[in-house]
Structures are given as C-alpha cells and as structure tokens.
Design a protein around this ligand. Structure first.
Ligand code: PEP
Ligand code: MN
Length: 278
C-alpha cells in the first residue's frame, strides 16, 4: 500500500500502547460497557459487573452520533464525569467517542482513550486535532471504507505526532440486511500483514444482534485480533441506545470465559509449535 510512511508494517515492529497497566498490542484486551452513559447507577453497576467478568477497559458514549436528531444524544460533560467516576472506582481505564474538534483537548481530562466513530473516520480536521492530542486513539473503520482508506486515516493521526492508534473493525455495509453491518473478519489478518498498529474487533455494531456476538468474538480471537469491544448494560431492555446488541452482564461473563479458554488453547499450540521449530 502506497503512502503509508508511518502506519506500514515495513516501517516498524508491532506497536504496543500502554494504558494504565494494560499493554494494547501485547495483552489481549476486552473493552465493555454501555453504548451510552445513561446515569451513574447503570454505569457503575455495569462497570463493576464487567470488571468482575474480566474486562480490561470500560466504554461509554457521552456524545452519541445518532441517525435521528430526535434520538438520545448523550449526556455530554455529565456523562464524562460519570465515566471518570466509574473508572476511579473500578480501576479500569475508559474510552469514549469524540465528535467535535472543539472537544478533543478538554475531553482528555476525563478519559484514557479517544474514540473516533465510524461516521467520522474520514473527518480529517478531527483526525488532525486528535493527532496533536496526548491520548491513545481508537479509530473505528468507516462503514463504507476500504482498508487502504482506513489506514490512510490512521496515517493522518500518526503524521500529526500521535503514534498511539488502535484500529477497530466494526463491520461494513453490504447487500446483507439481516445483520446491522457485515463483519469483515478478514480485515484482521490482512491488517496484521499491512500495519504494526493493534487491531481490535467490535462484533456488536457489526452484527447488531446479541446472539451473534459471542461466536463472532471467538472468531475474532481465532483471526488474530488484539482485543474486542462490546456493549454491556445492566438492564439491556431499557438501554437508551443499541438495545438489541447490548449484552447482560451474565451473557458477557459466560462469553469472557469461552474467550479465555480459546486463547489459552491457541497460545499453547503456538508454544508447542515454536518449541518444535526451535
Ligand atoms: C459506538 O461505539 O457506540 C458507535 C457509535 O460505534 P460506530 O462508530 O462503530 O457506529
Ligand atoms: Mn453503540
């Protein structure tokens, strides 16, 4: 791929991004939490539940990019304060989406990772502003974007001086309409051939259906992802956004158990293989 002066695997070895005690790109990460921060009670209840189930980081949107202007738009600053409280109480770092260039600097006081949503992947002013920020970035794939376009967006952030970019595959639009989007899992091994940046998978926004999330999470592990991001809500039926793709804490805990078993199994095979090759 041309023009990838900084994002290409040819330029450097795997990027490892440290957030608190976790090292993204080295440790497998599971980010979980509600689609939107709705109130303190739900946020804290969900945060403690996902922590208990082994989540490494919390998510929660305070600024929501909704299809309709009449849908819940998020709590803004109030949401970020709640998220910060959940972070302090659980010890888990937090990721939240930034929609506007004017919010990048001040939002950094409340969160550990800035999320660029699918709808803003090619918002070049936002990418440049984030490139000047001192926080890691979770860059979601645009729903109509090729891998090349996506990597060029990462390049925008890197070229402004921020080397800490995590790529997140979240499904693309295809002719299929049963699922919300189509999870492009081949993007994971493909990106691992093209870039040194960590790659995580979001099967919640890709499928839009809770029942499809655990199998796709396991498939993402098998495909070589560096982590996962999913939506968990203490009471999904009452969620103000993305209800159909929000897992209960019990569903999430069962899934993290399966993920752990699959990862241990794959790691043991790798060890055996490298032992035999040595
Ligand atoms: C989200 O993470 O809640 C979200 C809006 O994701 P995406 O940008 O992938 O649609
Ligand atoms: Mn969502």
């Amino acid at each position: 791929m041309k023009n990838l002066k900084l994002a290409s695997l040819k330029t450097k070895t795997k990027t490892i991004i440290s957030v608190g005690d976790i090292h993204i790109g080295k440790d497998f990460i599971v980010i979980a939490g509600p689609c939107s921060v709705e109130n303190e009670y739900i946020m804290l209840k969900t945060a403690f539940a996902v922590k208990k189930a082994g989540a490494s980081m919390l998510r929660g949107g305070a600024f929501k990019p909704r299809t309709s202007p009449y849908s819940f738009q998020g709590l803004g600053l109030k949401g970020l304060k709640i998220l910060k409280k959940a972070s302090l109480e659980t010890g888990l770092p937090v990721v939240s989406e930034v929609l506007d260039t004017r919010d990048v600097t001040w939002m950094c006081e409340y969160i550990d990772v800035l999320q660029v949503g699918a709808r803003n992947m090619q918002n070049f002013s936002l990418l440049k502003e984030i490139g000047r920020a001192k926080k890691p970035v979770l860059l979601k794939r645009g729903m109509y974007s090729t891998l090349s376009e996506w990597l060029n967006c990462a390049e925008y952030i890197l070229s402004e001086g921020n080397p800490h970019v995590i790529l997140c595959e979240r499904g693309i639009r295809t002719i299929e309409s049963y699922t919300r989007n189509t999870l492009d899992l081949s993007a994971v091994p493909a990106l691992n051939e093209l870039t040194h940046l960590p790659v995580i998978v979001d099967p919640a926004h890709a499928t839009g259906k809770v029942s499809l999330i655990p199998p796709m999470c396991l498939a993402a592990v098998a495909a070589g992802a560096d982590g996962l991001i999913v939506e968990v809500h203490s009471d999904p039926e009452k969620a103000l956004s993305d209800r159909e793709q929000s897992m209960t804490p019990v569903q999430f805990a069962f899934m993290t158990q399966k993920i752990r078993i699959l990862r241990d199994f794959l790691d043991s095979l790798e060890e055996k293989h490298s032992g035999a090759a040595a």
